[in-house]
Design a protein around this ligand. Structure first.
Ligand code: ASP
Length: 323
């Protein structure tokens, strides 16, 4: 970390003892994404622009097999993407089950800004993107295709109940620093003006059923922002996040006075309470930020890390867990 911008920003952080600007992202690869966001935030730019730019770093990264380009495909070998974005004025946009577009987050933003809608899916979302200047690209890289073909050798291709969870459990078993130890990028930020925004983007669970949509493009599940209170985002088995409207729940808990970490913990504990057996086998993690720039996280199982960038720190933290 270097540069004049950081000094200017450090001065901002002292105003009213609010820690701003600040940007947080899920998983350790969020560090590079945060750096992308900081190019905007560090200059006093808007959180919305920062989170879009930030997650685009992960979407374009060919080494990242769980977000955007080179994401692992569904069981049919198709890369289908989910993303959403939300600003400080309850404006939000989302795309789901979208193929062939490297930056679904930017399509989500365009849905937010150029249509009266919030969510667009599949072929309709693709047609909208292409009509608005996005390019069609094959997202299945040779490396991701090889991983999928190796999976096909042993996987039972026939639809099975719960296969997604089994695969998730195997491939995401905590291996700190290991190649599988990352998935959806959820990013939340507070800018120098004190405004919050968030973005969330993913290729979803590897080898999911064709057409499956997770929590990540669902406003209130994978992401929620309330500029009076705070913002939250999620990663892990999306079905369990949707069931409790995870990100919205956390923001409401913060509204009632919970710290970001306590709010994430309570949401995780709710998953444990309503799905005690499943909760032992899967990963779900939440990340939250409040209006004062305080942040925290909590997860089901050890192995979830998150990246933080402020004017004075660039850190990867390990979240506390139930198991
Ligand atoms: N939450 C994502 C989904 O369920 C997956 C993940 O975070 O890895 O699609």
């Amino acid at each position: 970390m270097a540069g004049k911008d950081l000094l200017a920003v450090s001065a901002n952080t002292k105003i009213g003892s609010v820690n701003k600007p600040v940007v947080l992202s899920t998983w350790s690869f969020g560090k590079e994404a945060n750096a992308g966001a900081w190019e905007t935030l560090g200059k006093g730019g808007r959180a919305l622009d920062a989170v879009e730019k930030g997650v685009m770093v992960a979407e374009a990264d060919p080494k990242n097999h769980s977000v955007g380009y080179s994401g692992l495909p569904d069981r049919d070998g198709r890369v289908t993407l989910d993303a959403c974005i939300m600003d400080e004025n309850f404006n939000c946009g989302s795309v789901m089950f979208l193929e062939h577009i490297v930056h679904p987050i930017s399509v989500a933003r365009m849905v937010m800004e150029k249509t009266p809608h919030i969510q667009m899916a599949g072929q309709g979302a693709l047609a909208f993107a292409l009509a608005n200047g996005f390019e069609k690209k094959n997202l299945l890289t040779p490396e991701a295709e090889k991983i999928w073909r190796d999976w096909l050798k042993t996987a039972d291709y026939a639809p099975q109940v719960n296969i997604e969870e089994k695969l998730f459990e195997i491939s995401k078993d905590p291996l700190p620093g290991g190649p599988d130890n990352h998935d959806t990028i959820g990013m939340i930020a507070l800018d120098a003006s004190g405004n919050l925004s968030g973005a969330c983007t993913t290729s979803g669970l590897a080898y999911k059923r064709h057409g499956r949509v997770g929590d990540s493009p669902i406003i209130g599940a994978g992401l929620y922002v309330d500029n009076e209170v705070g913002a939250a985002t999620a990663t892990g088995v999306g079905e369990e996040v949707i069931r409790i409207a995870g990100a919205h729940l956390i923001v409401e808990l913060m509204r009632q006075g919970a710290s970001p970490e306590a709010a994430c913990k309570q949401a995780i504990e709710r998953i444990v309470r309503i799905r005690p057996e499943k909760a032992k086998q899967i990963q779900v993690a939440f990340l939250a930020l409040n209006k004062k720039g305080e942040y925290g996280a909590y997860c089901l199982r050890q192995g979830f890390s998150y990246a933080v960038r402020t004017g004075s720190e660039e850190t990867i933290y390990k979240a506390k867990s139930v198991y």
